[in-house]
Design a binder for this molecule. Sequence first.
Ligand code: S3P
Length: 173
Amino acid sequence: MNKEAIILIGFMGTGKSTVGRIAAKRLGVPFVDADRQIEREQGMTIPDIFREKGEAAFRAMETETLKRLLAGGRRVIATGGGAVLAEENRAAMKAGGTVVALKASPQTIIRRVKGDGSRPLLAGNVADNVLRLYEQRKTAYDFADLIIDTDALTAAEAAERIVEYLAKENRKR
Ligand code: S3P
């Protein structure tokens, strides 16, 4: 692996896909969303995969897909919020490129994900589930090379931070 990828990590609802798509456009590289890739390949939605095959099966698909995408050259990759939980995935991300964490407060996240039924781990009481998982994963995204607090930023502004960071890193080389 050549450390070519730009990998977006972060809790559900932190804007990984939206920001990633804009950053990719600005950088002139492809954008790929790991969860959408899994859904395409499985011909099933994430909630259906969780329901019919279970979370462990989804996590195995996530690791396999992530590694494949990381080996695919320069591109922006948006990962699922739980992709950072496996050490194997974290190591692959670090080896595969620049890891960018998007952060947001639980209040911002709850506002963004409320009413969206596409996240099985939040099904039921969304606010309670966000708060519980947020607490569990408090430090899970801290291994990133760059951490962006998105609460007061538009998606375009967050994407710009990524572009600026990469330009700065490039000048150091
Ligand atoms: C998950 C996040 C989801 C998706 C799956 C599990 C998680 O992705 O991978 O529902 O464990 O945080 P998003 O972060 O894109 O919602």
